[in-house]
Design a protein around this ligand. Structure first.
Ligand SMILES: *[C@@H]1O[C@H](CO)[C@@H](O)[C@H](O)[C@H]1NC(C)=O
Ligand SMILES: *[C@@H]1O[C@H](CO)[C@@H](O)[C@H](O)[C@H]1NC(C)=O
Ligand SMILES: *[C@@H]1O[C@H](CO)[C@@H](O)[C@H](O)[C@H]1NC(C)=O
Length: 313
């Protein structure tokens, strides 16, 4: 039977609509669903979880490790969310950079979190807990991955403390490095030619803090953002003097707060480990081992990024 031109054009429209509809379904299934599934209800890998991350590993030790939570904050920040953390044996130390009358405060409101961390490292050197967590004031900074719900509270609650205490000793809470590895910072860059604002400052910062005994590496890399966990053992790899020198270096520096904070982002690994860079652990493995957030394949993990920000580091 012959169709009238009108019917044919309607048919064409219907086919077009069907194609658009199916394409939408396809993209939703590929991009949206994994994001919903993994961002909101992270899948837990049963086998790895048994070995690497479960309450069992915490419960088999009779006493919980002692933990300090060092918060870098300003007066305006609301850090009340930290009081809801249920990590056993946790002591919260809120440093307030712009309040000299606060129980914990740096010598000056300066250097972003770096000066606060060094103030703590120096002052508590002889009274350190088993593990110290260094964080910013916000519960939901972009520094925390979408796979960890961009939620520091969620990340800390799921963090595998025994693994840090027994294996890693220094652990950046952010595990995504992407552009941050293997060589994010080129320390040979000059003020006349650089990609990252802190690059031309790196070599001088390194020498000022680590001295001639530790040559400046040509490149540095790792996850960004200066939120991490460190054991007492890792902090005491260096003498207390180190933390005084680095604290005073920030206090005396004429550089901007932003640059001071940024150069330290790239030097924490060297402060606490033998390595200058923090590129040795793949993101998917770390998510599973350290947070119990596991993906069967790289493709699955990639799928969670389609809706999120593609940040560096
Ligand atoms: C771990 O222990 C906490 C507190 O005892 C409990 O609320 C939580 O459900 C446990 N998680 C698992 C995965 O067993
Ligand atoms: C907390 O740490 C102290 C000192 O190590 C220990 O004696 C105590 O049993 C711990 N508390 C818990 C609840 O594990
Ligand atoms: C962050 O995660 C914690 C623990 O999973 C949850 O209680 C809290 O509501 C979350 N906060 C936000 C702002 O989503």
């Amino acid at each position: 039977m012959l169709q009238s031109p009108l019917t044919r054009s309607r048919l064409r429209n219907q086919i077009l609509a069907a194609i658009i509809f199916l394409t939408l379904i396809y993209f939703s299934l590929n991009n949206l669903l994994p994001a919903i599934r993994y961002n909101v209800v992270p899948y837990r890998h049963p086998i790895l979880l048994d070995n690497a991350h479960s309450n069992a590993s915490l419960e088999t030790t009779t006493t919980s490790p002692t933990v300090h939570l060092v918060i870098a904050s300003t007066k305006a920040d609301d850090t009340s969310w930290t009081s809801r953390l249920t990590i056993p044996n946790l002591t919260i130390l809120r440093y307030i950079s712009d309040d000299p009358s606060a129980p914990f405060h740096p010598p000056k409101p300066k250097g972003h979190e770096a000066l606060i961390y060094f103030t703590y490292l120096h002052d508590f050197y002889d009274a350190l807990p088993d593990l110290t967590l260094f964080i910013h004031a916000s519960e939901t900074p972009w520094h925390v991955e979408g796979t960890l719900l961009r939620n520091t509270s969620f990340a800390l609650s799921n963090l595998n403390l025994p693994q840090i205490l027994q294996q890693r000793h220094y652990f950046n809470l952010r595990v995504t490095w992407r552009a941050g590895c293997p060589a994010w910072i080129d320390t040979t860059k000059t003020y006349a030619d650089y990609d990252e604002a802190e690059e031309p400052f790196m070599a001088e910062a390194w020498r000022a803090n680590f001295g001639a005994g530790e040559p400046v590496p040509e490149t540095l890399g790792g996850p960004c953002c200066s939120q991490f966990a460190v054991t007492r053992e890792a902090i005491r790899r260096r003498p207390r003097e180190q933390y005084r020198v680095s604290r005073d270096w920030i206090v005396d520096s004429t550089w901007s707060d932003a640059i001071l904070g940024r150069v330290w982002e790239h030097m924490w690994p060297r402060l606490f480990t033998d390595e200058a860079s923090d590129c040795g652990h793949a993101e998917r493995g770390s998510l599973c081992q350290m947070y119990g957030v596991c993906f069967w394949s790289e493709g699955e993990l990639e799928g969670t990024r389609s809706c999120g920000r593609r940040g560096r580091g």
